[in-house]
Design a protein around this ligand. Structure first.
Ligand code: MG
Length: 450
C-alpha cells in the first residue's frame, strides 16, 4: 500500500535500535493499544533485540490502558494461537528470516490474523500525530505472564494421528536455526515418538549455526546430517517458526511448493474435498491435485496475510504458499511450522513411504525465477503497457500480469521493496519454464525502451 508510511506487507521490520528503538516501539504499541483497549498478548523470537523491544511494547500497551500478557519467547503461530483462543489482540516481536541485526513488530487482531490495512493506517496517524491514549495512573495494569507452549504443542498433536506416527518410529534431524522453534519442534516430535537429533536448537540471537532463512544453501549442514545419520527426514524452520522446509531421506532439499502440494493432497483426501487458498504465483500442481481430490482453489495476491484472510472469509480448508508456509485455518490463521511438521510425519507414517517417493507421486512442473531492474517511478507505466501488449493471451491480473499459454505460465510483478520486476515461470519442462521466464523479462525490457 503506497499510502502506508511504516507498515510493510505484515508489520514493521527495521534495523534494531536504529529505526526500531524503544521509543518507536513504545509509541507504536500505544497507538495499537488505543484501538484495542483490551487483553493483549505479547511474544517474540530469539533475537538479541527482542527483550528490549518487547519491554517497550509492553510499556506502550500498558500506557494506553491495555491489560498485557507476556508469553515469552515462542513461535509466531503460537502467539496467534493464544490470541485467537484467549485474548483481544496480540503483538509479535520478530523479523522472521531476516539477518540478526533486524527486528520487527507484527500486530494481530482477536482472531490472530495480521491487522487490516485501515487499522494500520489509523495506527500510523496516531503515531505521527502523537495522540495515543494515555490512561490515568490508577488505570495502569500489571504485566501477567503465561506459558502457552505446552498447550500449543498438545493441540498440534491432537490434530494428527499420533499413534500411527509413534508406530512408524521415524528418525528425524531437526535444525531450528537457533530460532523460536527451539522451544517447540524437538519436543513435539519426541512426544510423537520420533527419534530426534537436534542441531542449532539452542536459542541464540546471533544465529551462529546458520542464517535464519531456510534456503538450500543455508541448510547444507542439515543435508549432510540427514545423509550421515541415515535419517528419514530433515526439518528446518525460519527464525520465527512459521515455515517448515523438508530434506528427504536422500538428503535432497524439498521445495516448499512440493510440501504444499503433498499436504494439500492429504488434506483433501482426509476431508473429502474442500476449499484451498493460495497465491497466483503458486504451482499448477495445486490445481491438478484439487481437481483430482474434489477440491476448489482460490488464488489471492502474493502474501501470507492475504491467504489467511481469504481462508477465514471463505471458510477454507487449507492454504499455503510456494515458500513452504502452510496455513491450517481451523488451528491458526497464519503459517504454522509445528502443525506442518506434524502433518508431514503423519503422511509419511500412514502412507508407509519415504518422503522422496511421496514427492515423486505428485504432479511435476519445473519453475524458473528471474528478476530485471526497473526504476520505481516507471513500474506502474511498465505494468500497464505489459497488460496492453499481452491482451491477446489468457491473462490473470490478480497481482501483476500472469500470462497463461499451452506451455505454462509466467507472472510478471513489480517488487514492493526493490527497484525490480520479478518474473516467475512454470512449465512441464525446464526448457519451457526458462523460455517463459525469458519472455517475461523481454516484455519488461521492451516496455522500458518504448
Ligand atoms: Mg517467518
Amino acid at each position: 500500500m503506497a499510502n502506508k508510511r511504516l507498515f510493510g506487507t505484515f508489520g514493521v521490520r527495521r534495523r534494531a535500535n536504529e529505526v526500531l528503538t524503544p521509543e518507536f516501539a513504545s509509541k507504536l504499541a500505544a497507538a495499537y493499544g488505543t484501538l484495542v483497549k483490551g487483553q493483549v498478548a505479547v511474544g517474540g523470537d530469539t533475537r538479541t533485540s527482542t527483550p528490549m523491544i518487547k519491554h517497550a511494547v509492553l510499556s506502550g500497551l500498558l500506557s494506553s490502558g491495555c491489560h498485557v500478557i507476556d508469553l515469552g519467547i515462542l513461535p509466531t503461530p503460537a502467539v496467534q494461537y493464544a490470541v485467537r483462543n484467549y485474548y483481544d489482540g496480540g503483538v509479535i516481536i520478530t523479523a522472521s528470516h531476516n539477518p540478526p541485526h533486524d527486528n520487527g513488530i507484527k500486530f494481530v487482531d482477536a482472531d490472530g490474523i495480521g491487522i487490516p490495512d485501515d487499522m494500520e493506517e489509523k495506527i500510523e496517524d496516531m503515531f505521527f500525530d502523537e495522540n495515543p491514549d494515555r490512561v490515568p495512573w490508577d488505570e495502569i495494569s500489571e504485566v501477567e505472564t503465561s506459558d502457552i507452549i505446552d498447550e500449543y504443542i498438545e493441540n498440534v498433536i491432537n490434530r494428527v494421528d499420533a499413534d500411527a506416527i509413534k508406530d512408524a518410529g521415524l528418525k528425524v534431524v531437526v535444525d531450528c536455526g537457533s530460532g523460536a522453534a527451539c522451544f517447540t519442534t524437538p519436543y513435539l516430535l519426541r512426544k510423537l515418538g520420533c527419534q530426534v537429533t537436534t542441531m542449532n536448537c539452542q536459542p541464540d540471537g546471533f544465529f551462529p549455526g546458520r542464517n535464519p532463512e531456510p534456503t538450500e544453501d543455508n541448510l547444507q549442514d542439515l543435508i549432510n546430517a540427514v545423509k550421515n545419520l541415515g535419517a528419514d527426514l530433515g526439518i528446518a524452520h525460519d527464525g520465527d517458526a512459521d515455515r517448515t522446509i523438508c530434506i528427504d531421506e536422500n538428503g535432497a532439499f524439498v521445495f516448499g511448493d512440493k510440501t504444499f502440494a503433498l499436504v494439500e493432497k492429504y488434506m483433501l483426501k482426509e476431508n473429502k474435498g474442500g476449499l484451498i487458498v493460495t497465491t497466483v504465483a503458486t504451482s499448477q500442481a495445486i490445481y491438478d491435485i484439487a481437481e483430482e481430490y474434489g477440491g476448489e482453489v482460490i488464488a489471492t495476491r502474493v502474501g501470507d496475510l492475504l491467504v489467511a484472510r481469504a481462508l477465514k472469509e471463505n471458510d477454507g480448508l487449507f492454504g499455503g504458499e510456494e515458500n513452504g508456509g502452510l496455513i491450517f485455518p481451523d488451528f491458526v490463521y497464519g503459517r504454522d511450522a509445528a502443525l506442518s511438521t506434524a502433518k508431514i510425519v503423519e503422511i509419511m507414517a500412514k502412507e508407509k513411504k519415504p518422503l522422496s517417493k511421496l514427492i515423486d507421486e505428485l504432479p511435476s512442473y519445473r519453475s524458473e525465477k528471474r528478476k530485471v531492474e526497473c526504476p520505481d517511478e516507471l513500474k506502474v507505466e511498465v505494468m500497464e503497457k505489459i497488460a496492453e501488449v499481452t491482451c491477446e493471451f489468457e491473462v490473470d491480473t490478480t497481482d501483476g500480469v500472469k500470462i497463461l499459454t499451452e506451455e505454462g505460465w509466467v507472472i510478471i510483478r513489480p517488487s514492493g521493496t526493490e527497484s525490480i520486476f520479478r518474473c516467475f515461470a512454470e512449465a512441464k519442462t525446464e526448457e519451457d519454464a526458462k523460455k517463459m521466464a525469458e519472455w517475461g523479462i523481454k516484455l519488461v525490457l521492451e516496455q522500458l525502451k518504448s
